[in-house]
Design a protein around this ligand. Structure first.
Ligand code: ZN
Length: 444
């Protein structure tokens, strides 16, 4: 970090330039390290272990496992089989079994807490750490493949850029640790598990690590911003969403000689999918519904006795999403009744709508202009969902100011696709920007 003479000080952010050549090298190598070992939400064993190992070398308190999250309900936990397979893989990759036992079944993720000498505001930064069930491309043009850092975990990849988010979060912690004398108040850096499917944030809220926050910040690589170097603050367009696991239960029977004795769960589920696609839209507010997984049936000549569906609703705001959710549930119950089946509906994830605080939008504009010598931050809509919104809306209720940014990057393929990859230069911009925010708010 380069310090400029005090007389030149205009804004505090002018004094600092955090990302130098050494830090850039560390950002790239750390990002590639995490990219090779993608893990799905709630199974981030290797990821959490290595986050914790990195943080333990810094001047902060580190919380993970049962010291971070409280026991209780979890949205969208993995199956026991997935937990076992992921644990076995992580063990083979060098994670001690004792560590896996501390974080398995809903206790992944970690928090770094920096308490500085002088009192001051509490600032929370949240970074998500999970990957997706997407097989990574081994096309020769795919950079992770041709530069030797593609996923080593078959069937999984960091196809949403959360490997970049982890890295920026860790390097932000490193910067805070090196410069702790210059800061006041408290900073909590949350490494959140299971963002995909909007599952992990509610457990973070229950952990208590958001309580008492004066400021909360989050961000994402590449959404709404397509050019490397661009930066946007999200002023609206976070879609509220509800993820539903739906199970239709019927009765099996011979398909030819006794179909009348069966209850066809597949037909009930199919009826539901069609009926839910025909829900009237909510006035002029955006709404959507999608069933993305439909598993049913055990044999050609058997009346299917069960059907497993993964369905989601979205809405411009929580009112529109709640409307969709209510209509979907009504249709699921109706379809079940039509075929004499039972239906079980469980919420597997949730996020609400949110807009960044206007004071923080102004502050972000100043910081960005300073950082880029006159550059303009964009104001954008998010047009997708993110469970950061749950954390932000929770914190706002107790007076916190919250903001969410997107960090522009050229993308090799869309998010959640096997070709997804971002320009690593985005890591430099994001780290510099997030560090400047911390120093702007918490300078001594
Ligand atoms: Zn993402």
């Amino acid at each position: 970090m380069k310090k400029i003479k005090k007389s030149e000080k205009v804004l505090v952010s002018v004094i600092y330039k955090f990302v130098d050549e050494n830090l850039k090298k560390e950002l790239v190598s750390l990002r590639r390290f995490f990219h090779k070992k993608p893990e799905e939400g709630w199974c981030e064993f290797f990821t959490t272990y290595n986050i914790v190992q990195y943080l333990k070398k810094l001047k902060c308190d580190v919380y993970y496992g049962h010291n971070f999250l409280k026991p209780g309900e979890r949205y969208g936990l993995c199956s026991n089989n997935d937990f076992e397979l992921s644990a076995e893989r992580a063990k083979n990759q060098g994670v001690p079994e004792s560590f896996i036992n501390e974080v398995t079944k809903g206790f992944t993720g970690a928090v770094a807490v920096f308490k500085f000498k002088n009192p001051g505001p509490v600032c929370v930064f949240r970074f998500d750490i999970d990957a997706l069930k997407v097989e990574e491309s081994n096309n020769k043009d795919h950079k992770p493949y041709n530069c030797g850092f593609m996923s080593e975990n078959t069937g999984f990849s960091h196809a949403c850029g959360h490997d970049g988010h982890i890295t920026v979060g860790l390097l932000l912690c490193s910067i805070l640790s090196k410069n702790s004398e210059d800061l006041k108040g408290e900073i909590r850096v949350i490494f959140q598990m299971a963002e995909e499917g909007c599952r992990g944030a509610s457990a973070v809220i229950k952990s208590g690590f958001v309580d008492g926050a004066d400021y909360v910040f989050g961000g994402h690589i590449g959404i709404s911003t397509v050019k490397t170097g661009e930066l946007a603050v999200i002023t609206d367009g976070f879609l509220a969403t509800t993820k539903l696991d739906i199970v239709f239960k019927g009765k099996s029977a011979h398909a030819a000689n006794s179909p009348h004795l069966g209850k066809n769960a597949m037909l009930a589920a199919a009826q539901f999918v069609l009926a839910s696609s025909a829900i009237p839209r909510f006035g002029d507010k955006i709404t959507s519904v999608n069933t993305g997984i439909f598993n049913s049936g055990t044999g050609r000549n058997i009346i299917p006795d069960s059907a497993y569906l993964k369905t989601e609703t979205r809405g411009y705001d929580s009112e529109a999403d709640n409307y969709m959710q209510k209509e979907v549930i009504q249709r699921a119950k109706g379809a079940a009744e039509m075929y004499g089946c039972d239906v079980e509906i469980n919420t597997a994830g949730k996020a609400c709508s949110f807009a960044s605080n206007s004071e923080l939008v102004k502050m972000a504009k100043e910081i960005y202009a300073d950082m880029t010598e006159g550059g303009t931050i964009l104001e954008k809509s998010f047009t997708a969902s993110e469970d950061f919104t749950n954390i932000a809306v929770y914190a706002e209720k107790t007076g916190a100011k919250c903001a969410y940014f997107t960090f522009g990057s050229y993308l090799a393929g869309p998010h959640h696709s096997s070709d997804f990859d971002f320009d690593e230069e985005v890591l430099f911009n994001e780290t510099e920007f997030m560090a400047r925010i911390a120093f702007d708010i918490l300078k001594n």
